[in-house]
Design a protein around this ligand. Structure first.
Ligand SMILES: Cc1cc2nc3c(=O)[nH]c(=O)nc-3n(C[C@H](O)[C@H](O)[C@H](O)COP(=O)(O)OP(=O)(O)OC[C@H]3O[C@@H](n4cnc5c(N)ncnc54)[C@H](O)[C@@H]3O)c2cc1C
Length: 379
């Protein structure tokens, strides 16, 4: 890829990351999909390859951007989500707002793939609108007592720590989320239970329900400032959308490779499908849109590396990358014909997973709302 944001060293890094994913992920991907999660030995292998330890900030994030895109290129959206949530989305709260003690306690093991992180924000009635959060943390001597239920927690059954949004103040009366805080909850704490939610997509993402029944959380597990979760979420969710966008870009790249190879090879009426101008032009449209979104993704990554990522850029990337993934997956499935729907066929899995990419990490409608709200406010 010819872009001013990446150097020759980045190109070499991409080759190394792709080779590592080919060793660790691809031979195991179908087994992990069937299992519904990445098992402990899989996480450790990812850690040994160094794939969980790339930086979140500064120029090191451009290396992470490559890792995230290459995770998407594996073609397994459940695996890319599991790794993305662990190494980036959940750990970003510790990286950005954690104390030195919290970082020392959790980050080294997490980077080695020995302790897995999850993010517990969503609830049954608090998805796009977090003002309806019901999980409560009551202050007690030396900490908090937390009760509530979190939904759709990726890495839920395998996680050792949950970055959890809880209500510590009164329910907000107005538009914003007030009176909420972030707590680090150890999976082994009495009162923590988790159960798979049986999602039909993103199979290896291990999406679980997390029940917290009077769980004691020590005071030193508060991340950032009490009652100020909104302030932290606004920064972390922009980062989450950036990561989700980069993962989706990789997914589109994989899907288009599959589609391009198929239409050049598959024969209909004694000629390859690509002999048909309508097919060639469809693939070219997708290819052009892919180049646009991919370049925008690296622009967004570069902005983040400079500490200048804004909500508008992150939302545009998340929206455009995940929606392009749906369109690309639809045509990939269509041109594969019936064989694309066979059990275990890649086009059907890609299509199924692409749809949910427009909901996880913030629904497309929410992205459109934010783009509208920031229209004219581009820095
Ligand atoms: C595979 C997967 C993994 C996930 N992993 C995690 C995780 O690790 N941790 C976590 O906390 N959560 C996770 N989630 C939850 C995810 O963040 C929520 O699904 C998302 O925020 C949307 O919330 P919701 O599903 O409750 O939909 P709702 O908020 O109930 O919205 C339902 C639908 O309404 C529409 N809609 C929403 N807002 C608007 C609007 N303003 N205008 C018009 N239409 C609108 C959208 O189409 C949306 O899909 C995951 C979800 C999925 C699918």
């Amino acid at each position: 890829m010819n872009t001013p944001y990446l150097t020759a060293e980045h190109v070499e890094l991409r080759a190394r990351v792709r080779a590592a994913l080919a060793r660790v992920v691809l031979p195991n991907a179908e087994a992990w999909e069937a299992l519904g999660y990445i098992p402990a030995e899989g996480w450790r292998a990812l850690g040994r390859e160094g794939l969980l330890a790339f930086g979140h900030t500064g120029s090191a994030f451009l290396e992470s951007a490559i890792v995230l895109e290459e995770l998407g290129r594996t073609g397994y959206a459940g695996i890319r989500a599991a790794v993305g949530v662990h190494a980036y989305m959940a750990l970003s709260y510790l990286e950005m707002f954690g104390t030195a003690e919290q970082k020392d306690m959790y980050l080294p093991g997490a980077r080695r793939g020995e302790r897995i992180a999850a993010l517990a924000i969503t609830e049954a009635h608090a998805g796009s609108d977090l003002r309806h959060l019901q999980t409560r943390a009551e202050p007690v001597a030396d900490g908090y007592r937390v009760s509530g239920e979190k939904h759709y927690v990726s890495n839920g059954s395998q996680a050792d720590l949950f970055v959890t949004v809880v209500r510590t103040g009164e329910k907000p009366a107005g538009k914003g989320l007030t009176g909420a805080s972030l707590l680090l909850i150890d999976a082994g704490s009495p009162g923590v239970t988790r159960s798979p939610m049986g999602l039909t997509c993103y199979r290896s993402a291990d999406v679980c329900r997390l029940t917290l029944d009077g769980v004691f959380v020590p005071a030193n597990r508060l991340i950032g400032r009490r009652d100020k979760a909104l302030m932290h979420l606004m920064r972390a969710l922009d980062f989450e959308r950036l990561c989700a966008g980069l993962l989706a870009v990789g997914g589109v790249g994989h899907c288009l490779d599959l589609l391009d190879g198929f239409v050049r090879e598959h024969q209909v009426k004694d000629a390859p499908l690509a002999a048909n101008q309508a097919v060639r032009h469809r693939v070219s449209e997708l290819d052009g849109d892919f180049e646009l979104v991919r370049n925008y993704a690296y622009h967004a990554a570069w902005l983040h590396a400079r500490g200048e990522l804004d909500t508008r850029t992150a939302s545009i990337l998340k929206l455009k990358a995940t929606e392009l993934a749906v369109t690309a997956a639809q045509w990939c499935l269509q041109y594969h014909g019936a064989r694309g729907y066979l059990a275990g066929a890649a086009p059907a899995r890609i299509h199924r997973d692409a749809m949910v990419g427009t909901i996880a990490a913030g629904a497309s409608e929410l992205m459109r709302d934010m783009i509208f709200e920031t229209n004219g406010h581009q820095p």
